[in-house]
Design a protein around this ligand. Structure first.
Ligand code: SER
Length: 310
């Protein structure tokens, strides 16, 4: 099917690479990037960009109509660590952005929506190892509450209005083209830049803090293949699993290439957020329903990151 795509939040860590990949897939003129501010030079040079506030219905509607958009990716969100500093503002941004595109979808202004959830939707009473697809959800962060509520809103629009909405629960994402902004898993990106620049890194999570993580190419592949999958029985916010590691393990993998690399630990408020999240998730449902398969392990990720984090 011919798609005309709008990415809202195209300049963020995931949005940047998603936009570049979708432009390869659907053609530059069929993929509109939008964000509240401009992104990296390579993203801005890659095709059309429109300034949009993700919470502004009129601005989004204008682009949907002007370009006859069929598919929307709502990637704009306030991440976990930032949201804890500005709870009500973060809630307002995350929920208004989602509900605005859900309403526009219900009104028929486009056909299919991707909206990302997160491992942050789980909470301290969820099982922490191989966290199942369906389990106790008691998020204890503002970000997690917005993700869990968002999942239920997406399900509501699918069931009540027949909108086609697709969701994965992203783990922490490792990438080098665009910086992550204000997440609890950001350490796993910063560490590579600091390893190359300073030969040392001070981690804001303790050494044994294991979290589910994923290389960006796997995340983009999951996103695009879920959206392209013909028919799904019902709405699910799919668990997807790449690998799990902790700061000590990522440091050890860096030391294989940079033997003198020094690691210090100074946990801050983000430790409590990480401690409320799973250490690994069970993604057998995604594997069964749309044949999800990750490709990148920690060794591969470290090799790529150390070659590119300049
Ligand atoms: N990477 C996100 C964060 O740390 C988790 O979805 O907030």
């Amino acid at each position: 099917m011919k798609q005309r795509v709008l990415i809202i939040g195209a300049c963020g860590q995931i949005g940047t690479e998603l936009t570049l990949k979708l432009r390869q897939k659907y053609g530059v003129t069929n993929v509109i990037a939008s964000d509240i501010k401009e992104g990296s030079a390579s993203l801005m040079a890659s095709g059309l960009f429109v300034k949009i506030d993700a919470t502004n219905r009129m601005q989004i509607l204008k682009v949907l109509q002007e370009y006859a958009i069929t598919q929307v990716y709502m990637m704009a969100a306030t991440l976990s660590a930032t949201a804890e500093r500005i709870p009500l503002k973060a809630w307002n941004i995350n929920m208004t952005a989602l509900l605005t595109v859900l309403e526009l979808g219900k009104e028929g202004f486009y056909k299919q929506l991707f909206w990302p959830s997160s491992i942050g939707a789980f909470g301290p009473t969820s099982p922490r190892l191989k966290t199942p697809q369906n389990t106790i959800m008691t998020p204890s962060t503002v970000y997690g509450i917005s993700k869990y509520s968002g999942e239920m809103w997406c399900q509501y629009y699918v069931n009540q209005y027949g909108l086609d909405v697709r969701t994965v629960r992203y783990p922490g994402i490792v990438s080098y083209k665009a910086e992550p902004g204000g997440g609890t898993t950001d350490y796993a990106v910063e560490i590579y830049f600091d390893a190359l620049k300073k030969g040392a890194y001070t981690s804001f999570l303790s050494e044994e803090t294991t979290l589910p993580m994923m290389y960006i190419d796997d995340a983009i592949n999951a996103t695009i293949s879920l959206m392209a999958y013909p028919k799904l029985k019902e709405y699910k916010a799919y668990n997807i699993s790449g690998i799990s590691f902790n700061p000590k393990e990522i440091a050890a993998s860096i030391r294989k290439k940079i033997p003198d690399f020094k690691m210090r630990y100074r946990p801050d408020f983000r430790q409590a957020i990480a401690d409320s999240w799973p250490q690994s998730v069970d993604d057998s449902q995604a594997k069964a329903d749309w044949h999800w398969q990750p490709q990148f392990d920690l060794e591969k990720i470290t090799a790529i990151m150390l070659a590119n984090c300049k």
